[in-house]
Design a protein around this ligand. Structure first.
Ligand SMILES: CCCCCCCC/C=C\CCCCCCCCCCCC(=O)SCCNC(=O)CCNC(=O)[C@H](O)C(C)(C)COP(=O)(O)OP(=O)(O)OC[C@H]1O[C@@H](n2cnc3c(N)ncnc32)[C@H](O)[C@@H]1OP(=O)(O)O
Ligand SMILES: Cc1cc2nc3c(=O)[nH]c(=O)nc-3n(C[C@H](O)[C@H](O)[C@H](O)COP(=O)(O)OP(=O)(O)OC[C@H]3O[C@@H](n4cnc5c(N)ncnc54)[C@H](O)[C@@H]3O)c2cc1C
Length: 647
């Protein structure tokens, strides 16, 4: 049977309505129709072709990115995808997603514009946003330095107020203060939001954001006192090398006072520092916004990998032929199912948790407008924790999908190597995942310690209010089906997270210096934070596979016993059998075009082998039958062997 038939057969097995599921995945019928329209539009546009990417050198790749970005912007305007004011509309965002190539525009729209929106005064917004919305200026987010990234308070760039001229002097005092990493900075941005230490009259007021023009709007040359370049090739071939991550130094560059972003705190004409009645952490607001976006995108990246691995696993056959019959589809191996189906479930779970986090983020944004800052710590902990959890699981999941596709998964034409290389920095950028989990742990430990003062935990930590009950809890699961009850699963996860947090809090209390204790117990704290974040995401299959993976936690905290652990495993196997006939339909529900998937192994028609064979011949090495270099390097060897043989 040919691959084409395999997938048609698989699709016929589905026990649910795929079209309905497409709408569930998209969020609504309107969202589905929009995604469907835009993905087809991108797929049919030759400028957005991407199958030639792997063979391009850096310069060609980058020029090609500029071309795509300019064309994307043209299409946004022509199709009126940008709404009245900006490309931060869902339509434009979708177009960007389906173009599927990181570019400076991500940082312009994703960080520069939100930084001005969130941290600029009304006056500053009126001045800068129209220019940014029309892309008459292009901006980036210049926070990280060569010497400091995670430790934002450790940044060294200075912005010294000069009362004589009513200006700030932006300066890079050391090599390690060079801005290093900002995307879009290296070759494109005309402006940046630069994070620097505010110095007034010799006093250091900590890190603040400043709008700084970097390049001339006429000839694109760096302005006086500014040195900029690209930081060099990154992991993977094409992958993230479409982005000009940059290095930037300032030599006493002057900017007007009104270019400090002054929503959170201000510097007056007289050089007085005034802090508004708002938490200083609002300066970190852009990071919270992007972390939420990253969580929403995790399901997209994971689902692409899962779609490729699922379709290919249904097409691929190895072993098990009897009497000359067909070999077994690798998707029928229980080990394949136990590796693949939890990822399939995770992609769905992350899709829904992304929606929930968007709700949480929208809620906190509305509250902030009304000067209610009460949910800010919860929003920070959830965005940080879920960013960490989902990106780690997605990066690991993409790599697992590559392995699930055997040798062919290692070919660029499988789409998986590039997907991994583009995705994996998400575990580092916008906050290193461990550093972010430690932020969650701080929030949890604080929540536990405040219980005794009568502070009622809220939001995702509300379960801690039932601490006594959770500390007494022992699962009453008696048979495998009991693990299908959502409450049974949820309680086990709550009890495990609560016990791990309490254990950390108790161990911390043994240290006279809490900071020292926090450093010493960091590994346990990270595990408690993971347990809490997993609790936020749990759902049936996903929850049980997690429970199985972290069985040690559940047993060692006394939430369940080993027998109940085996029952969970038994139930998991039952669930895999139920998922099996639906697997291909479940990935079809993502509605991805072949252009977007960019994978021969994941083709909708399953026609894998002929296309793999065809693709191999397109490699530049196959342009000639005898390779360049044969005469210089191969022939002499062969002749030498011949001589030796004669000797
Ligand atoms: C052309 C066609 C059209 C195209 C249209 C396109 C449309 C595209 C639109 C959007 C695209 C979006 C996608 C964007 C893609 C972007 C790609 C990503 C690029 C990556 C960019 C970056 O990496 S930017 C740099 C990020 N850097 C970090 O994340 C640094 C990490 N470090 C920190 O965040 C912090 O310093 C810390 C969390 C580690 C805190 O350290 P520290 O302990 O020193 O804390 P502080 O003393 O500073 O503060 C302590 C106190 O504050 C609380 N807190 C900390 N952070 C926050 C926060 N963010 N919010 C609220 N509260 C916070 C902390 O909990 C402490 O609280 P206490 O109560 O005092 O305990
Ligand atoms: C592709 C890419 C794009 C980026 N784009 C931008 C951008 O547009 N703008 C921008 O400003 N920045 C950008 N960055 C920088 C990025 O935000 C930082 O690299 C990131 O925040 C991690 O910080 P770091 O490099 O200082 O890592 P480090 O903090 O040096 O991490 C190194 C190791 O130390 C560990 N570690 C650090 N602190 C602690 C701690 N307190 N406890 C325990 N372990 C710790 C980490 O877990 C990690 O294992 C980008 C980075 C990448 C890779």
């Amino acid at each position: 049977m040919e691959g084409v038939d395999h997938l048609a057969f698989e699709r016929n097995k589905a026990q649910f309505d795929v079209d309905e599921m497409k709408i569930v995945w998209a969020g609504s019928r309107e969202d589905f129709e929009l995604s469907d329209r835009i993905s087809r539009l991108v797929a049919s546009d030759p400028v957005f072709r991407k199958d030639d990417r792997a063979a391009l050198g850096r310069k060609e790749l980058f020029k090609n990115t500029l071309r795509k970005a300019a064309h994307a912007w043209k299409r946004v305007i022509e199709l009126r995808l940008s709404g009245e004011f900006s490309a931060l509309e869902p339509e434009a965002y979708k177009l960007r997603a389906f173009v599927d190539q990181p570019a400076f525009t991500d940082l312009h729209w994703g960080m520069f514009v939100p930084a001005i929106q969130g941290q600029g005064t009304d006056e500053q917004q009126q001045k800068w946003l129209p220019l940014a919305y029309r892309m008459q200026i292009i901006g980036c987010y210049a926070q990280t330095e060569l010497g400091h990234g995670s430790n934002v308070q450790g940044l060294e760039t200075t912005a010294t107020f000069d009362p004589k001229t009513d200006e700030f002097v932006i300066h890079s005092p050391t090599l390690t203060s060079s801005k290093w990493w900002p995307g879009g900075l290296g070759k494109v941005s005309t402006h940046a939001v630069v994070y620097a230490r505010l110095i007034i009259d010799g006093q250091d007021y900590g890190v603040h954001g400043f709008i700084v023009q970097l390049r001339s709007l006429d000839d694109h040359l760096p302005l006086p006192g500014i040195t900029i370049g690209d930081i060099g090739m990154k992991f993977g071939n094409a992958a993230y090398n479409t982005m000009d991550n940059g290095v930037l130094t300032f030599d006493h560059v002057r900017i007007p006072r009104n270019q400090m972003l002054m929503r959170v705190s201000q510097v007056t004409r007289e050089g007085k520092y005034v802090h508004s009645n708002v938490p200083r952490q609002l300066v970190y607001g852009t990071m919270v916004y992007v972390r939420q976006k990253i969580v929403a995108d995790a399901s997209v990246a994971l689902s692409r990998a899962v779609c490729i691995a699922t379709r290919y696993s249904a097409v691929r056959r190895q072993f098990g032929s009897h009497n000359g019959g067909l070999e077994t589809q690798v998707i029928d191996y229980k080990t394949q199912q136990s590796r693949l189906f939890p990822l399939l479930a995770s992609a769905y779970a992350f899709r829904f948790v992304g929606e929930w986090l968007l709700w949480l983020y929208t809620d906190v944004t509305e509250r902030l407008k009304a000067k209610d800052f009460s949910t800010l710590p919860e929003a920070h902990a959830c965005t940080a924790g879920l960013k960490s959890l989902t990106t780690t699981a997605t990066a690991d999941g993409i790599e697992e999908c590559r392995k699930l596709c055997g040798g062919h998964g290692y070919l660029c034409s499988s789409g998986l190597p590039e997907l991994f290389a583009v995705y994996v920095p998400a575990c580092t950028y916008e906050g290193d995942n461990i550093v972010l989990l430690l932020q969650v742990a701080r929030h949890l430990v604080k929540t536990v310690s405040q219980l005794s003062t009568g502070n009622k935990p809220v939001g995702t930590t509300a379960y801690m209010a039932r601490l006594e009950q959770l500390l007494q809890y022992h699962s009453d699961v008696k048979k495998a089906e009991d693990w299908l009850k959502p409450n049974v699963v949820l309680e086990a996860f709550e009890a495990r997270a609560a016990r791990m947090c309490v254990a950390c809090a108790q161990n911390l209390s043994k240290f006279s210096n809490p900071e020292e204790g926090f450093q010493e117990l960091a590994a346990d704290l990270v595990e408690a934070a993971v347990a809490h974040c997993q609790l936020i995401v749990v759902s049936n299959v996903y929850a049980l596979s997690l429970l199985h993976k972290h069985l040690g936690d559940f047993i060692s905290t006394g939430c369940i016993d080993p027998k109940q652990g085996s029952l969970a495993n038994e139930q998991l196997r039952n669930l895999y059998s139920q998922v099996r006939p639906n697997a291909v339909a479940l990935v079809d529900a993502y509605n991805y075009t072949d252009h977007y998937l960019g994978s021969i192994l994941g083709r909708y028609d399953g026609n894998v082998y002929p296309k793999l064979y065809e693709e191999a011949w397109k490699d530049p090495l196959n342009d000639s039958i005898v390779p360049d270099g044969f005469k210089e390097y191969i022939q002499p060897l062969l002749k030498q062997q011949l001589r030796n043989a004669r000797l």
